[in-house]
Design a protein around this ligand. Sequence first.
Ligand SMILES: *Cc1c(COP(=O)(O)O)cnc(C)c1O
Length: 354
Amino acid sequence: MSRFLSQEAACLAPYTPGEQPQDQQYIKLNTNESPFPPSPKVLKTISRAELMKLDLYPDPTCGPLRRAIADYYGLRPENVLAGNGSDEVLAFAFRAFCGKGKGVAYADITYGFYRSQAAFFGLEPAIVPLREDLTLDVGDYMEFSGTIVLANPNAPTGIALPRTDIQRLLDADPDRLVIVDEAYVDFGAESCAPLLFRYDNLLVVQTMSKSRSLAGGRLGFALGSPSLIEDMERVRYSFNPYDVDRLAMMAGAAAMEDRSYFDACCASIRQTRAWTVGALEALGFTVLPSQANFIFAKSGQIPGGELYRLLKENGILVRWFDQERIRDYVRITIGSMEQMEALVDQVDQILQAW
Ligand SMILES: *Cc1c(COP(=O)(O)O)cnc(C)c1O
């Protein structure tokens, strides 16, 4: 820490990203990236001609990208905000919809970035514990009057809420905004996007990092009423109107348009997930019911931290959270079938030696 650090920055709670080792070749099952490359249509759209245009600023309105996203959901471009990853989109939403007299609530066990965002904007969040079985009860949020942030499916549990539960929250108070972070929705949960036609107190946030194989492209988006989107653009234009670069914009539009590739990737992940759950259960693991491209699993035999460490020694990276209530678990990204076979093999060997 330098002596120049501001008091505000001293109060931050920076997010700890999953390891991204650049030296050794690991089987990487720790950051929920896709095991598949981007759609072939993405590769085709990044032409030499497009590269030659990097001397010019990108379109700050993200026109074609927003249109492609809107088309996918049957919405209008006015219902869409695009940003540099959904982490940034969430930051815009936190700034736009939380502040003095407008609190924010989220679960005790959920995506760690909400805590970082809350600190960044000087908010004092209401932390709402999940039930004993790590499921979320929307009833626990009914009395809260500020903005509610839910990850659905939740991370790192993978457990999804039915859309009707979120509808109960939206109905309970039309003057309260509910932000639903659907980073993993494409792997089997119900999106709230269709509810946007009926509710203007709903903001849906999604990312292209997982189901659309574009984690390195940094693209996320929000779906909501035109006035919610306008409020977020106000924040975006106060921070970085050129946050989505030219190449990412082209890539994102192409990825949204290639539905068959997207459907095939998601179907494959679901199939591999089912196989992995079965194989780990056969090894004595308890696996939470996941609708995401990862599973949250605990062994009755070996502590989560030890399993993480031994897997890493053997070239496989998973994620372990040194956090109350979930220390026994590891979070394992669903990769390719070969990667999951290697994982199950290693886990089997580790348990035998333990
Ligand atoms: C991965 C993830 C995001 C952020 O993804 P970006 O790469 O920033 O788009 C947001 N929310 C949850 C719950 C995530 O797991």
